[in-house]
Design a protein around this ligand. Structure first.
Ligand code: RRO
Length: 291
C-alpha cells in the first residue's frame, strides 16, 4: 500500500516517542516487518528533557513528561539514520521546534537524506513551555509551521495533531490547507496525577501526556471527525493494543495506524497487531480498503 507516496508493507507504524530511534528495539523484534518506524522527536540542539519522575502509570494508561529529550539533529544524522538505513522499512522522522524557523531548518536538513521517507511535524507535544502544543492549538500557527515545512522539503509532510483543543477539525483543516500530505492523530492528552501521601504531583513537571487504552475512544472519535472534514489521509493513533483496536480506527476512516504505548507492554505488539489485522481482513474481505 501507499500513503502520500510512502510505500508501506502494511498499515502498522510504531509511534514517535515509544520506539526510540529504532535501535533500542532492534534486538526484540524484526524491524523489517513493520509498516514504518516513526522516530522520537528531534530538535536542532540537544535537549535534556524534564526533571524526573517522567512516567507514571494510570488506570488503563500512563502519563509521560519526557520534555523532548534528544541528542539533536547532528547526532541523529550521524548515529541513528545510518542504522535505520539498513532496514527495508520506511523511516519517518518526527521533528519539533520552538519557532517556525527551527521547524523549517530541521525539514531542510532532512530533505537531502534518502533514508527519510517522510517528515512528521510535531505540533502537539504537551510537555514543553515553548513550541510543541502551542503551535498545534492555534490554527494560524499550525498553518505557518506546516507551510514553512512544506516549502523546505519535497518529502511527504505529516502533521501530528493535538487532541487538547475544542474542535480538532479546525487545526486539521489548517494543516491540510497549508500543504500537509497526511495528518496523524492523536498525540497525548494533558493530565495530572497526585500522590496523596506527599500531596505532590507524581511527575517532576506537574502535568504530563496521557496515553494508552484510556484515550482510545477519544482518539477514534477524533479520527472519525477529521476524516469527515478533510480529504487527505489520516493515520490513527491512540491506545491501540490489538488488531481489533486497529480495525476500529480503520472503520473510523484511518488509512494507517501507529502503535505507541503498547510497545512498552510488549515489544512485539506491533508485529502481533499486523497479524491480527490480517486475520480480520480474511474474515471480512470487503470491510477494509488498503489501496
Ligand atoms: O517528549 C515528550 O514529553 C512528549 C512529546 Br515530544 C510528545 O509529542 N508527546 C508526548 O506525550 N510527550
Amino acid at each position: 500500500m501507499e500513503l502520500a507516496g510512502i510505500k508501506l508493507k502494511n498499515p502498522v507504524m510504531v509511534a514517535s516517542g515509544t520506539f526510540g530511534w529504532g535501535r533500542e528495539y532492534s534486538d526484540y523484534l524484526d524491524l523489517n516487518k513493520l509498516g514504518a518506524i516513526v522516530t522520537k522527536s528531534i530538535t536542532l540542539k540537544p535537549r535534556e528533557g524534564n526533571p524526573p519522575p517522567r512516567i507514571v502509570e494510570t488506570p488503563s494508561g500512563m502519563l509521560n513528561s519526557i520534555g523532548l529529550q534528544n541528542e539533536g539533529i547532528e547526532h541523529f544524522l550521524k548515529e541513528d539514520l545510518p542504522f535505520l538505513a539498513k532496514f527495508d522499512t520506511p523511516t519517518i522522522v518526527n521533528i519539533a521546534g520552538e519557532s517556525v524557523e527551527e521547524y523549517a531548518e530541521l525539514a531542510k536538513r532532512l530533505s537531502k537524506e534518502t533514508t527519510v521517507k517522510g517528515i512528521e511535524v510535531n505540533i502537539s507535544c504537551p510537555n514543553v513551555k515553548k513550541g510543541g502544543m502551542a503551535f498545534g492549538c492555534d490554527p494560524k500557527l499550525t498553518k505557518e509551521v506546516i507551510a514553512a515545512v512544506r516549502k523546505a522539503t519535497t518529502q511527504p509532510v505529516i502533521a501530528k495533531l493535538t487532541p487538547n483543543v475544542t474542535d480538532i477539525t479546525v487545526t486539521a483543516k489548517a494543516a491540510a490547507e497549508a500543504g500537509a500530505d497526511v495528518l496523524s492523530l492523536i498525540n497525548t492528552i494533558v493530565g495530572m496525577s497526585i500522590d496523596i501521601e506527599t500531596g505532590k504531583s507524581r511527575l517532576g513537571s506537574l502535568t504530563g501526556g496521557l496515553s494508552g487504552p484510556a484515550i482510545r475512544p477519544i482518539a477514534v472519535r477524533m479520527v472519525y471527525e477529521v476524516t469527515h472534514a478533510v480529504k487527505i489521509p489520516v493515520i490513527g493513533i491512540g491506545g491501540i493494543m490489538s488488531g481489533s483496536d486497529a480495525v476500529e480506527f480503520f472503520l473510523a476512516g484511518a488509512k494507517a495506524i501507529q502503535v505507541g504505548t503498547a510497545n512498552f507492554v510488549d515489544t512485539e505488539a506491533a508485529i502481533k497487531i499486523i497479524k491480527e489485522i490480517d486475520d480480520y481482513v480474511h474474515r471480512y474481505p470487503r470491510a477494509l480498503n488498503f489501496s
